[in-house]
Design a protein around this ligand. Structure first.
Ligand code: ACM
Length: 570
Protein backbone atom coordinates (compact mmCIF):
# COMPACT_ATOMS: atom_id res chain seq x y z
CA UNK A 1 0.00 0.00 0.00
CA UNK A 2 2.70 2.63 0.76
CA UNK A 3 3.79 2.10 -2.86
CA UNK A 4 0.70 3.98 -3.92
CA UNK A 5 2.35 7.09 -2.51
CA UNK A 6 5.23 6.56 -4.92
CA UNK A 7 2.88 6.87 -7.91
CA UNK A 8 1.61 10.40 -7.21
CA UNK A 9 1.87 12.69 -10.21
CA UNK A 10 2.57 15.53 -9.76
CA UNK A 11 4.48 14.40 -6.70
CA UNK A 12 3.71 16.46 -3.61
CA UNK A 13 6.36 18.71 -2.13
CA UNK A 14 6.66 16.52 0.99
CA UNK A 15 5.42 12.97 1.53
CA UNK A 16 5.96 11.01 4.70
CA UNK A 17 4.56 7.46 4.72
CA UNK A 18 2.99 6.27 7.99
CA UNK A 19 1.89 2.79 9.05
CA UNK A 20 -1.66 1.68 8.40
CA UNK A 21 -4.58 2.38 6.12
CA UNK A 22 -7.69 4.52 6.20
CA UNK A 23 -10.85 2.84 4.92
CA UNK A 24 -12.87 5.31 2.89
CA UNK A 25 -16.42 4.91 1.57
CA UNK A 26 -19.06 6.86 -0.22
CA UNK A 27 -20.72 7.62 3.13
CA UNK A 28 -17.54 8.62 4.98
CA UNK A 29 -18.62 11.79 6.77
CA UNK A 30 -16.91 15.01 5.70
CA UNK A 31 -17.01 17.70 8.38
CA UNK A 32 -15.95 21.30 7.88
CA UNK A 33 -13.96 23.25 10.42
CA UNK A 34 -14.82 26.89 11.09
CA UNK A 35 -14.57 29.00 7.90
CA UNK A 36 -13.88 25.94 5.76
CA UNK A 37 -17.26 25.61 4.08
CA UNK A 38 -16.04 26.31 0.56
CA UNK A 39 -13.05 24.05 1.03
CA UNK A 40 -15.28 21.23 2.28
CA UNK A 41 -17.59 21.77 -0.70
CA UNK A 42 -14.60 21.42 -3.07
CA UNK A 43 -13.63 18.13 -1.40
CA UNK A 44 -17.21 16.83 -1.42
CA UNK A 45 -17.60 17.70 -5.09
CA UNK A 46 -14.55 15.61 -6.07
CA UNK A 47 -15.31 12.69 -3.77
CA UNK A 48 -19.04 12.57 -4.54
CA UNK A 49 -18.27 12.15 -8.25
CA UNK A 50 -16.06 9.07 -7.71
CA UNK A 51 -17.33 5.61 -8.71
CA UNK A 52 -17.40 4.24 -5.15
CA UNK A 53 -17.59 0.49 -4.72
CA UNK A 54 -20.97 -0.53 -3.32
CA UNK A 55 -21.06 -0.27 0.49
CA UNK A 56 -20.88 -3.63 2.31
CA UNK A 57 -24.31 -4.88 3.43
CA UNK A 58 -25.49 -3.40 6.74
CA UNK A 59 -25.19 -5.79 9.72
CA UNK A 60 -28.38 -7.68 10.52
CA UNK A 61 -30.48 -5.95 13.14
CA UNK A 62 -30.71 -7.56 16.56
CA UNK A 63 -27.50 -9.55 16.40
CA UNK A 64 -25.89 -7.14 18.78
CA UNK A 65 -22.97 -6.05 16.64
CA UNK A 66 -22.49 -2.32 16.47
CA UNK A 67 -20.36 -0.97 13.72
CA UNK A 68 -17.37 1.03 14.84
CA UNK A 69 -18.02 4.73 14.31
CA UNK A 70 -17.31 5.51 10.70
CA UNK A 71 -13.92 7.22 10.39
CA UNK A 72 -14.35 10.73 9.05
CA UNK A 73 -12.64 13.45 7.07
CA UNK A 74 -12.19 16.84 8.69
CA UNK A 75 -11.63 19.74 6.32
CA UNK A 76 -10.06 22.89 7.71
CA UNK A 77 -8.27 25.96 6.44
CA UNK A 78 -4.97 27.56 7.19
CA UNK A 79 -4.66 30.88 5.40
CA UNK A 80 -0.92 30.95 6.10
CA UNK A 81 -0.35 28.05 3.70
CA UNK A 82 0.91 29.05 0.24
CA UNK A 83 -1.83 29.71 -2.34
CA UNK A 84 -3.41 26.50 -3.71
CA UNK A 85 -1.54 24.54 -1.02
CA UNK A 86 -2.79 21.85 1.35
CA UNK A 87 -1.79 19.43 4.08
CA UNK A 88 -3.16 15.92 4.40
CA UNK A 89 -2.87 13.82 7.53
CA UNK A 90 -4.15 10.34 6.84
CA UNK A 91 -4.27 8.05 9.86
CA UNK A 92 -6.14 4.77 10.39
CA UNK A 93 -9.09 6.36 12.17
CA UNK A 94 -9.35 9.80 10.61
CA UNK A 95 -8.17 12.08 7.89
CA UNK A 96 -7.45 15.76 8.32
CA UNK A 97 -7.28 17.95 5.24
CA UNK A 98 -6.10 21.52 5.72
CA UNK A 99 -6.20 23.84 2.73
CA UNK A 100 -5.06 27.36 1.98
CA UNK A 101 -8.13 27.98 -0.16
CA UNK A 102 -10.75 26.06 -2.17
CA UNK A 103 -8.17 25.27 -4.87
CA UNK A 104 -5.88 23.73 -2.24
CA UNK A 105 -8.79 21.62 -0.98
CA UNK A 106 -9.60 20.56 -4.54
CA UNK A 107 -5.98 19.50 -5.12
CA UNK A 108 -5.91 17.59 -1.84
CA UNK A 109 -8.97 15.70 -3.08
CA UNK A 110 -7.19 15.00 -6.39
CA UNK A 111 -4.27 13.58 -4.40
CA UNK A 112 -6.72 11.39 -2.49
CA UNK A 113 -8.17 10.21 -5.79
CA UNK A 114 -4.70 9.22 -7.02
CA UNK A 115 -4.08 7.29 -3.79
CA UNK A 116 -7.22 5.22 -4.40
CA UNK A 117 -7.20 2.30 -6.84
CA UNK A 118 -7.08 3.15 -10.55
CA UNK A 119 -10.81 2.40 -10.65
CA UNK A 120 -11.30 5.85 -9.08
CA UNK A 121 -10.70 7.17 -12.62
CA UNK A 122 -13.59 5.24 -14.14
CA UNK A 123 -17.03 6.72 -14.65
CA UNK A 124 -19.00 4.05 -12.77
CA UNK A 125 -18.21 1.31 -10.22
CA UNK A 126 -16.77 -1.96 -11.47
CA UNK A 127 -16.24 -5.10 -9.39
CA UNK A 128 -13.28 -4.78 -7.06
CA UNK A 129 -12.24 -4.55 -3.42
CA UNK A 130 -13.24 -1.77 -1.05
CA UNK A 131 -11.10 1.35 -1.06
CA UNK A 132 -8.32 2.25 1.35
CA UNK A 133 -5.82 5.07 1.52
CA UNK A 134 -2.25 4.57 2.73
CA UNK A 135 -1.60 6.52 5.92
CA UNK A 136 0.73 9.45 5.33
CA UNK A 137 1.53 13.07 6.01
CA UNK A 138 1.56 15.15 2.87
CA UNK A 139 2.35 18.82 2.38
CA UNK A 140 1.97 20.38 -0.98
CA UNK A 141 1.72 23.63 -2.93
CA UNK A 142 2.53 24.58 -6.50
CA UNK A 143 5.66 26.57 -7.34
CA UNK A 144 4.01 28.36 -10.27
CA UNK A 145 0.71 30.19 -10.31
CA UNK A 146 -0.01 29.68 -14.05
CA UNK A 147 -0.04 26.01 -15.03
CA UNK A 148 -1.66 26.15 -18.38
CA UNK A 149 -2.86 24.16 -21.33
CA UNK A 150 -3.64 25.65 -24.71
CA UNK A 151 -6.08 24.08 -27.13
CA UNK A 152 -6.48 25.27 -30.72
CA UNK A 153 -10.14 24.75 -31.61
CA UNK A 154 -9.81 26.77 -34.81
CA UNK A 155 -7.66 24.53 -37.04
CA UNK A 156 -9.96 21.72 -36.01
CA UNK A 157 -13.17 22.22 -34.12
CA UNK A 158 -13.68 20.03 -31.06
CA UNK A 159 -17.21 19.55 -29.81
CA UNK A 160 -18.10 20.82 -26.37
CA UNK A 161 -18.06 17.35 -24.83
CA UNK A 162 -14.44 16.88 -25.94
CA UNK A 163 -13.46 20.18 -24.34
CA UNK A 164 -15.21 19.18 -21.09
CA UNK A 165 -13.34 15.86 -21.08
CA UNK A 166 -10.08 17.74 -21.69
CA UNK A 167 -10.87 19.95 -18.68
CA UNK A 168 -11.44 16.86 -16.51
CA UNK A 169 -7.96 15.63 -17.32
CA UNK A 170 -6.34 19.03 -16.73
CA UNK A 171 -7.99 19.11 -13.30
CA UNK A 172 -6.74 15.60 -12.51
CA UNK A 173 -3.22 16.92 -13.19
CA UNK A 174 -3.66 20.07 -11.05
CA UNK A 175 -3.39 22.41 -14.05
CA UNK A 176 -5.31 25.64 -13.62
CA UNK A 177 -5.58 27.51 -16.95
CA UNK A 178 -7.18 26.50 -20.23
CA UNK A 179 -6.23 28.87 -23.03
CA UNK A 180 -8.80 28.36 -25.78
CA UNK A 181 -7.48 29.52 -29.16
CA UNK A 182 -10.94 30.34 -30.49
CA UNK A 183 -10.15 32.14 -33.74
CA UNK A 184 -7.60 31.82 -36.51
CA UNK A 185 -7.39 31.82 -40.29
CA UNK A 186 -9.08 28.43 -40.46
CA UNK A 187 -12.20 29.11 -38.41
CA UNK A 188 -14.04 31.41 -36.02
CA UNK A 189 -15.53 29.42 -33.14
CA UNK A 190 -17.57 31.96 -31.14
CA UNK A 191 -21.22 32.84 -31.62
CA UNK A 192 -21.73 36.56 -32.07
CA UNK A 193 -25.14 38.13 -31.65
CA UNK A 194 -23.87 41.57 -32.65
CA UNK A 195 -22.00 40.28 -35.74
CA UNK A 196 -23.65 36.96 -36.65
CA UNK A 197 -21.62 36.73 -39.87
CA UNK A 198 -18.74 35.69 -37.63
CA UNK A 199 -20.28 32.35 -36.71
CA UNK A 200 -22.35 31.98 -39.88
CA UNK A 201 -19.60 32.64 -42.42
CA UNK A 202 -16.44 32.45 -40.29
CA UNK A 203 -17.01 29.10 -38.59
CA UNK A 204 -16.51 26.74 -41.53
CA UNK A 205 -14.23 26.14 -44.47
CA UNK A 206 -14.80 24.43 -47.80
CA UNK A 207 -12.17 21.77 -47.29
CA UNK A 208 -8.92 21.00 -45.51
CA UNK A 209 -5.36 20.51 -46.65
CA UNK A 210 -4.22 16.92 -46.34
CA UNK A 211 -0.51 16.55 -45.59
CA UNK A 212 2.17 19.17 -45.10
CA UNK A 213 1.80 22.55 -46.80
CA UNK A 214 5.37 22.31 -48.16
CA UNK A 215 4.59 19.10 -50.07
CA UNK A 216 3.71 19.94 -53.69
CA UNK A 217 1.16 19.56 -55.08
CA UNK A 218 -1.10 20.33 -52.11
CA UNK A 219 -3.94 17.84 -51.73
CA UNK A 220 -7.27 18.81 -50.18
CA UNK A 221 -9.91 16.48 -48.75
CA UNK A 222 -12.85 18.20 -50.47
CA UNK A 223 -14.88 17.96 -47.25
CA UNK A 224 -16.31 20.95 -45.38
CA UNK A 225 -15.16 21.38 -41.78
CA UNK A 226 -16.55 23.68 -39.12
CA UNK A 227 -18.42 24.33 -35.91
CA UNK A 228 -18.69 26.96 -33.22
CA UNK A 229 -19.62 27.33 -29.56
CA UNK A 230 -22.70 29.31 -28.67
CA UNK A 231 -22.17 31.93 -25.99
CA UNK A 232 -24.14 29.66 -23.69
CA UNK A 233 -21.80 26.75 -24.51
CA UNK A 234 -18.85 28.96 -23.60
CA UNK A 235 -20.52 29.99 -20.34
CA UNK A 236 -21.05 26.31 -19.56
CA UNK A 237 -17.44 25.42 -20.42
CA UNK A 238 -16.18 28.24 -18.19
CA UNK A 239 -18.45 27.20 -15.31
CA UNK A 240 -17.41 23.56 -15.67
CA UNK A 241 -13.76 24.63 -15.63
CA UNK A 242 -14.31 26.91 -12.61
CA UNK A 243 -15.78 24.00 -10.64
CA UNK A 244 -12.43 22.31 -11.33
CA UNK A 245 -10.34 25.34 -10.33
CA UNK A 246 -9.46 26.10 -13.95
CA UNK A 247 -9.81 29.55 -15.48
CA UNK A 248 -10.52 29.85 -19.17
CA UNK A 249 -8.26 32.25 -21.09
CA UNK A 250 -10.21 32.91 -24.29
CA UNK A 251 -8.24 34.08 -27.30
CA UNK A 252 -9.49 36.24 -30.13
CA UNK A 253 -6.48 36.50 -32.37
CA UNK A 254 -5.67 39.92 -33.90
CA UNK A 255 -4.50 41.59 -35.98
CA UNK A 256 -3.01 38.67 -37.97
CA UNK A 257 -4.31 35.14 -38.51
CA UNK A 258 -7.48 36.98 -39.58
CA UNK A 259 -8.84 35.11 -42.62
CA UNK A 260 -11.98 33.88 -40.83
CA UNK A 261 -12.56 37.31 -39.27
CA UNK A 262 -12.23 39.01 -42.66
CA UNK A 263 -14.33 36.37 -44.45
CA UNK A 264 -17.13 37.40 -42.10
CA UNK A 265 -16.38 41.12 -41.74
CA UNK A 266 -14.40 42.22 -44.83
CA UNK A 267 -14.96 45.86 -43.84
CA UNK A 268 -12.24 45.37 -41.19
CA UNK A 269 -9.58 44.63 -43.83
CA UNK A 270 -7.02 47.26 -44.82
CA UNK A 271 -7.96 46.78 -48.50
CA UNK A 272 -11.44 48.10 -49.12
CA UNK A 273 -13.72 45.95 -51.31
CA UNK A 274 -11.56 42.82 -51.07
CA UNK A 275 -13.19 39.41 -50.46
CA UNK A 276 -11.75 36.76 -48.17
CA UNK A 277 -12.36 33.11 -47.47
CA UNK A 278 -11.79 30.96 -44.40
CA UNK A 279 -8.37 29.38 -44.97
CA UNK A 280 -8.25 25.75 -46.07
CA UNK A 281 -4.50 25.20 -45.64
CA UNK A 282 -1.83 25.80 -43.00
CA UNK A 283 0.99 28.26 -42.49
CA UNK A 284 1.19 32.02 -42.06
CA UNK A 285 -1.21 34.01 -44.25
CA UNK A 286 -1.01 37.72 -45.01
CA UNK A 287 -4.62 38.31 -43.93
CA UNK A 288 -4.60 41.01 -41.31
CA UNK A 289 -7.21 43.31 -39.76
CA UNK A 290 -6.75 47.05 -40.20
CA UNK A 291 -5.25 48.60 -37.03
CA UNK A 292 -7.89 51.34 -37.05
CA UNK A 293 -10.34 52.53 -34.36
CA UNK A 294 -13.20 50.79 -36.26
CA UNK A 295 -11.52 47.44 -35.60
CA UNK A 296 -11.07 48.21 -31.91
CA UNK A 297 -14.77 49.20 -31.74
CA UNK A 298 -15.88 45.87 -33.24
CA UNK A 299 -13.53 44.00 -30.91
CA UNK A 300 -15.13 45.82 -27.99
CA UNK A 301 -18.53 44.49 -29.04
CA UNK A 302 -17.29 40.95 -29.62
CA UNK A 303 -15.25 40.80 -26.42
CA UNK A 304 -18.24 42.25 -24.58
CA UNK A 305 -20.35 39.28 -25.66
CA UNK A 306 -17.58 36.80 -24.96
CA UNK A 307 -16.78 38.19 -21.51
CA UNK A 308 -20.48 38.32 -20.71
CA UNK A 309 -20.39 34.52 -21.07
CA UNK A 310 -16.89 33.70 -19.82
CA UNK A 311 -15.89 35.44 -16.57
CA UNK A 312 -12.20 35.60 -17.49
CA UNK A 313 -9.52 37.57 -15.66
CA UNK A 314 -7.11 37.36 -18.61
CA UNK A 315 -7.86 37.33 -22.32
CA UNK A 316 -5.45 36.58 -25.12
CA UNK A 317 -5.38 38.78 -28.23
CA UNK A 318 -2.70 36.97 -30.25
CA UNK A 319 -0.32 39.42 -31.90
CA UNK A 320 1.91 36.75 -33.44
CA UNK A 321 3.08 36.13 -37.01
CA UNK A 322 1.73 39.33 -38.51
CA UNK A 323 2.54 40.05 -42.16
CA UNK A 324 2.25 43.83 -42.43
CA UNK A 325 2.21 44.11 -46.25
CA UNK A 326 -1.51 44.95 -46.46
CA UNK A 327 -1.03 47.75 -43.91
CA UNK A 328 1.83 49.17 -45.97
CA UNK A 329 -0.32 49.03 -49.11
CA UNK A 330 -3.28 50.79 -47.51
CA UNK A 331 -3.39 54.60 -47.87
CA UNK A 332 -5.83 54.76 -44.96
CA UNK A 333 -3.56 52.80 -42.62
CA UNK A 334 -0.56 54.82 -43.77
CA UNK A 335 -2.40 58.07 -43.08
CA UNK A 336 -3.39 56.82 -39.61
CA UNK A 337 0.23 55.88 -38.82
CA UNK A 338 1.43 59.35 -39.90
CA UNK A 339 -1.24 61.08 -37.81
CA UNK A 340 -0.08 59.11 -34.78
CA UNK A 341 3.54 60.01 -35.53
CA UNK A 342 4.61 56.36 -35.36
CA UNK A 343 7.96 55.61 -37.00
CA UNK A 344 7.05 52.26 -38.56
CA UNK A 345 4.35 49.69 -39.17
CA UNK A 346 5.96 47.55 -36.48
CA UNK A 347 5.35 50.41 -34.04
CA UNK A 348 1.75 50.52 -35.27
CA UNK A 349 1.49 46.79 -34.43
CA UNK A 350 2.52 47.49 -30.83
CA UNK A 351 0.27 50.56 -30.71
CA UNK A 352 -2.75 48.59 -31.93
CA UNK A 353 -2.24 45.83 -29.35
CA UNK A 354 -1.98 48.55 -26.72
CA UNK A 355 -5.27 50.11 -27.87
CA UNK A 356 -7.02 46.75 -27.60
CA UNK A 357 -5.46 46.02 -24.19
CA UNK A 358 -6.48 49.48 -22.89
CA UNK A 359 -10.02 48.90 -24.14
CA UNK A 360 -10.14 45.48 -22.42
CA UNK A 361 -8.83 46.90 -19.14
CA UNK A 362 -11.03 50.02 -19.16
CA UNK A 363 -14.26 48.39 -20.33
CA UNK A 364 -14.01 44.91 -18.80
CA UNK A 365 -11.31 45.05 -16.13
CA UNK A 366 -9.35 42.17 -17.64
CA UNK A 367 -5.64 41.72 -18.32
CA UNK A 368 -4.36 41.07 -21.82
CA UNK A 369 -2.05 38.28 -22.91
CA UNK A 370 -0.03 38.46 -26.14
CA UNK A 371 2.31 36.08 -27.92
CA UNK A 372 5.86 37.36 -27.61
CA UNK A 373 5.86 39.22 -30.97
CA UNK A 374 3.58 41.68 -29.18
CA UNK A 375 6.47 42.42 -26.86
CA UNK A 376 9.14 42.28 -29.59
CA UNK A 377 7.44 45.07 -31.53
CA UNK A 378 7.80 47.40 -28.54
CA UNK A 379 11.48 47.80 -29.45
CA UNK A 380 10.09 50.36 -31.89
CA UNK A 381 9.37 52.68 -28.98
CA UNK A 382 5.68 51.91 -28.44
CA UNK A 383 4.93 50.26 -25.12
CA UNK A 384 2.53 47.56 -24.06
CA UNK A 385 0.57 48.15 -20.90
CA UNK A 386 2.72 47.15 -17.93
CA UNK A 387 0.11 44.58 -16.88
CA UNK A 388 0.11 42.79 -20.25
CA UNK A 389 1.26 39.18 -19.95
CA UNK A 390 3.69 37.83 -22.53
CA UNK A 391 3.46 34.24 -23.67
CA UNK A 392 7.01 33.45 -24.74
CA UNK A 393 6.82 30.79 -27.43
CA UNK A 394 10.16 31.61 -29.11
CA UNK A 395 12.39 30.65 -26.22
CA UNK A 396 14.20 31.84 -23.12
CA UNK A 397 15.82 34.94 -24.57
CA UNK A 398 12.63 36.77 -25.46
CA UNK A 399 11.04 35.49 -22.24
CA UNK A 400 13.89 37.00 -20.23
CA UNK A 401 13.74 40.33 -22.05
CA UNK A 402 9.98 40.61 -21.52
CA UNK A 403 10.34 39.69 -17.84
CA UNK A 404 13.12 42.24 -17.34
CA UNK A 405 10.88 44.86 -18.93
CA UNK A 406 8.44 44.12 -16.11
CA UNK A 407 5.88 41.93 -17.90
CA UNK A 408 4.58 38.78 -16.31
CA UNK A 409 5.73 35.98 -18.61
CA UNK A 410 4.46 32.49 -19.28
CA UNK A 411 7.08 30.06 -20.55
CA UNK A 412 5.57 28.31 -23.55
CA UNK A 413 8.62 27.50 -25.70
CA UNK A 414 8.02 25.47 -28.87
CA UNK A 415 10.62 23.01 -27.59
CA UNK A 416 9.32 21.23 -25.57
CA UNK A 417 5.81 22.61 -24.94
CA UNK A 418 4.31 22.34 -28.44
CA UNK A 419 2.48 19.05 -28.27
CA UNK A 420 1.52 19.21 -31.94
CA UNK A 421 5.13 18.07 -32.54
CA UNK A 422 5.64 14.32 -32.93
CA UNK A 423 6.52 12.24 -29.88
CA UNK A 424 9.31 10.35 -31.64
CA UNK A 425 11.22 10.82 -34.86
CA UNK A 426 10.18 7.65 -36.63
CA UNK A 427 7.67 6.68 -39.24
CA UNK A 428 5.36 4.85 -36.85
CA UNK A 429 4.16 8.25 -35.67
CA UNK A 430 1.24 9.95 -37.35
CA UNK A 431 1.76 13.10 -39.40
CA UNK A 432 2.67 16.11 -37.31
CA UNK A 433 4.02 19.57 -37.92
CA UNK A 434 7.56 18.83 -36.70
CA UNK A 435 9.49 17.30 -33.92
CA UNK A 436 10.21 15.26 -32.04
CA UNK A 437 9.28 16.51 -28.58
CA UNK A 438 9.69 13.46 -26.36
CA UNK A 439 8.45 12.95 -22.82
CA UNK A 440 12.08 13.10 -21.67
CA UNK A 441 12.35 16.51 -23.36
CA UNK A 442 9.26 17.68 -21.45
CA UNK A 443 10.70 16.35 -18.17
CA UNK A 444 13.78 18.53 -18.76
CA UNK A 445 11.80 21.75 -19.18
CA UNK A 446 13.09 24.41 -16.83
CA UNK A 447 10.40 27.12 -16.87
CA UNK A 448 12.50 29.48 -14.75
CA UNK A 449 16.12 29.39 -15.94
CA UNK A 450 18.53 29.21 -13.01
CA UNK A 451 20.85 31.91 -14.35
CA UNK A 452 18.22 34.62 -14.74
CA UNK A 453 18.43 37.81 -12.67
CA UNK A 454 16.06 37.80 -9.70
CA UNK A 455 13.76 40.43 -11.25
CA UNK A 456 13.24 38.31 -14.35
CA UNK A 457 12.60 35.20 -12.25
CA UNK A 458 9.89 36.97 -10.27
CA UNK A 459 8.01 37.83 -13.45
CA UNK A 460 8.10 34.27 -14.79
CA UNK A 461 4.74 33.31 -13.35
CA UNK A 462 4.08 30.05 -15.08
CA UNK A 463 4.27 27.70 -17.98
CA UNK A 464 1.89 26.24 -20.52
CA UNK A 465 1.75 23.46 -23.10
CA UNK A 466 0.26 24.10 -26.54
CA UNK A 467 -1.88 21.81 -28.68
CA UNK A 468 -2.11 23.32 -32.14
CA UNK A 469 -4.39 21.18 -34.24
CA UNK A 470 -3.46 21.37 -37.92
CA UNK A 471 -2.85 17.60 -37.84
CA UNK A 472 -5.04 16.76 -34.87
CA UNK A 473 -8.43 16.22 -36.48
CA UNK A 474 -10.41 14.61 -33.67
CA UNK A 475 -10.62 13.64 -29.99
CA UNK A 476 -8.66 10.41 -30.45
CA UNK A 477 -5.74 12.22 -32.07
CA UNK A 478 -6.00 14.88 -29.34
CA UNK A 479 -5.61 12.23 -26.62
CA UNK A 480 -2.68 10.68 -28.46
CA UNK A 481 -0.75 13.92 -28.85
CA UNK A 482 -1.58 15.31 -25.41
CA UNK A 483 -0.94 12.28 -23.20
CA UNK A 484 1.28 11.32 -21.57
CA UNK A 485 3.24 14.47 -22.35
CA UNK A 486 0.70 16.56 -20.41
CA UNK A 487 1.21 14.31 -17.36
CA UNK A 488 4.95 14.95 -17.46
CA UNK A 489 4.33 18.65 -18.04
CA UNK A 490 2.07 18.77 -14.98
CA UNK A 491 4.94 17.52 -12.81
CA UNK A 492 7.28 20.21 -14.15
CA UNK A 493 4.65 22.95 -13.90
CA UNK A 494 3.76 22.04 -10.30
CA UNK A 495 7.39 22.12 -9.16
CA UNK A 496 8.57 24.86 -11.52
CA UNK A 497 11.65 22.79 -12.30
CA UNK A 498 12.71 19.72 -14.29
CA UNK A 499 11.86 16.24 -13.05
CA UNK A 500 14.32 13.38 -12.69
CA UNK A 501 13.32 10.82 -15.29
CA UNK A 502 15.28 7.87 -13.87
CA UNK A 503 17.24 7.13 -10.71
CA UNK A 504 20.39 8.15 -12.62
CA UNK A 505 19.06 11.69 -13.15
CA UNK A 506 17.93 11.92 -9.54
CA UNK A 507 20.31 14.77 -8.77
CA UNK A 508 17.43 17.19 -9.55
CA UNK A 509 15.39 16.27 -6.51
CA UNK A 510 14.38 13.45 -4.21
CA UNK A 511 11.04 12.65 -5.83
CA UNK A 512 10.62 9.06 -7.02
CA UNK A 513 11.80 8.90 -10.64
CA UNK A 514 9.18 10.19 -13.04
CA UNK A 515 9.53 7.23 -15.40
CA UNK A 516 8.29 4.84 -12.69
CA UNK A 517 5.49 7.12 -11.54
CA UNK A 518 4.38 7.71 -15.10
CA UNK A 519 4.20 3.97 -15.78
CA UNK A 520 1.79 3.65 -12.84
CA UNK A 521 -0.09 6.81 -13.77
CA UNK A 522 -0.84 5.45 -17.25
CA UNK A 523 -3.19 2.95 -15.57
CA UNK A 524 -5.20 5.90 -14.30
CA UNK A 525 -5.35 7.33 -17.82
CA UNK A 526 -6.44 3.91 -19.10
CA UNK A 527 -9.20 3.79 -16.49
CA UNK A 528 -10.30 7.28 -17.58
CA UNK A 529 -10.48 6.07 -21.20
CA UNK A 530 -7.68 8.31 -22.48
CA UNK A 531 -6.09 7.04 -25.71
CA UNK A 532 -2.57 8.12 -24.80
CA UNK A 533 0.59 7.15 -26.64
CA UNK A 534 2.12 4.08 -24.94
CA UNK A 535 5.69 4.65 -23.75
CA UNK A 536 7.11 2.19 -26.28
CA UNK A 537 5.30 3.71 -29.25
CA UNK A 538 1.88 3.87 -30.84
CA UNK A 539 -0.61 1.03 -31.00
CA UNK A 540 -0.99 -0.22 -34.60
CA UNK A 541 -4.20 1.78 -34.94
CA UNK A 542 -2.50 4.94 -33.75
CA UNK A 543 0.25 4.81 -36.37
CA UNK A 544 0.44 7.09 -39.37
CA UNK A 545 0.30 4.23 -41.88
CA UNK A 546 0.74 4.96 -45.57
CA UNK A 547 -2.35 7.11 -46.15
CA UNK A 548 -3.07 10.78 -45.55
CA UNK A 549 -1.81 10.56 -41.96
CA UNK A 550 1.55 9.15 -43.10
CA UNK A 551 4.46 10.37 -40.98
CA UNK A 552 6.51 13.18 -42.47
CA UNK A 553 9.55 14.55 -40.73
CA UNK A 554 8.19 18.14 -40.68
CA UNK A 555 10.34 20.79 -39.02
CA UNK A 556 13.19 19.19 -37.11
CA UNK A 557 13.98 20.37 -33.62
CA UNK A 558 17.32 21.75 -34.90
CA UNK A 559 15.59 23.74 -37.63
CA UNK A 560 13.12 25.14 -35.11
CA UNK A 561 15.92 26.12 -32.73
CA UNK A 562 17.80 27.92 -35.53
CA UNK A 563 14.66 29.60 -36.85
CA UNK A 564 13.57 30.83 -33.44
CA UNK A 565 17.04 32.11 -32.58
CA UNK A 566 16.97 34.08 -35.82
CA UNK A 567 13.46 35.44 -35.13
CA UNK A 568 14.28 36.37 -31.57
CA UNK A 569 17.28 38.33 -32.83
CA UNK A 570 14.98 40.49 -35.01
C1 ACM B 1 2.64 30.68 -32.42
O1 ACM B 1 3.06 29.51 -32.43
N1 ACM B 1 2.53 31.34 -33.56
C2 ACM B 1 2.28 31.35 -31.20
Amino acid sequence: MPDRLATLLPYPVRVQAQPGQFAVRRDTPIAAGPEARQEADAVRQVLAALPWPPAPPAPLAGIGRSEAALAGILVDTDRTLPAEGYRLLISPDRMKLTAADPAGAFYAAQTIRQLLPDEAFRAAPVPGPSWHLPCAEIEDAPALEWRGAHLDVSRHFFPKRTVLGFIDMLAAHKLNRLHLHLTDDQGWRIESRSHPALHRAGSHRRQTLVGPAQLEPNVYDGTPHGGYYTLTDLAEIAAYAAQRMIRIVPEIEVPGHASALLAALPELAPAKGARYEVATGWGITSQIAAPLPETVAVLEEIFGELLGAVPADCVHIGGDECVLDDWRASPQVEEYRRQLGLPSHEALHAYFLRQVADMLADRFGVRTVVWDEGFASTTTGARLRDDTLVMAWRGDDIARRAALAGHDVIASPVLPTYFDYSQAGDDKEPLSIGGPVTIEDVAKLRPVPADWPEKAKQHLIGTQFQVWTEYIPDARALDYMTFPRASVFAEVAWHGSPAAWTHQDATHNDRPPLRDRLAAHLNRLTAAGIEYRPLDGPHPWQQGGTGPRRYQAGYSSDEVTRHLAQLAGD
